[in-house]
Design a protein. Structure first.
Length: 135
């Protein structure tokens, strides 16, 4: 009888877990924000940047991952300027709701990353040494 009771508890626990989102309650109000519209504006912005070769934007929950493949001649300051200027393309309500993760790739260089939390107004960049890597 005890084994049946414990088995029932385990089944109920695991069945209930499968009914909930992996994000929990964090996405309850997500439908109130036009994230797709802001992503489309970002894609257009990056297409207009001559030094940005390729862009990939992926939304997972409240996090927007922006992967930029840029010209090797860009400095870190140039990259930061492009990323900061792109924030103007995002609706202010969306900007206050999502987190942004920038991943910048340049040939022969390690990725350069930055992020912007929904509660911050600036992008924080990783420490980065501008050194070529050998292939």
């Amino acid at each position: 009888a005890c084994c049946i009771f414990m088995g029932t508890i385990c089944v109920v626990y695991f069945v209930n877990q499968s009914h909930y989102s992996v994000y929990g309650d964090r996405l309850i109000e997500i439908e109130n924000y036009d994230i797709d519209g802001s992503v489309a504006k970002l894609e257009e912005f990056y297409k207009k940047q001559k030094s940005v070769k390729e862009t990939s934007i992926d939304v997972k929950g409240k996090i927007v991952y922006i992967v930029l493949d840029v010209d090797n001649k860009l400095t870190n300051a140039d990259v930061q300027s492009i990323a900061t200027n792109s924030l103007k393309e995002i609706d202010s309500d969306v900007l206050g709701y999502v987190d942004l993760q920038f991943i910048v790739k340049r040939e022969s260089y390690p990725p350069y990353t930055g992020n912007k939390s929904s509660v911050n107004s600036v992008v924080s960049w990783s420490n980065y040494k501008f050194e070529k890597t050998e292939k």
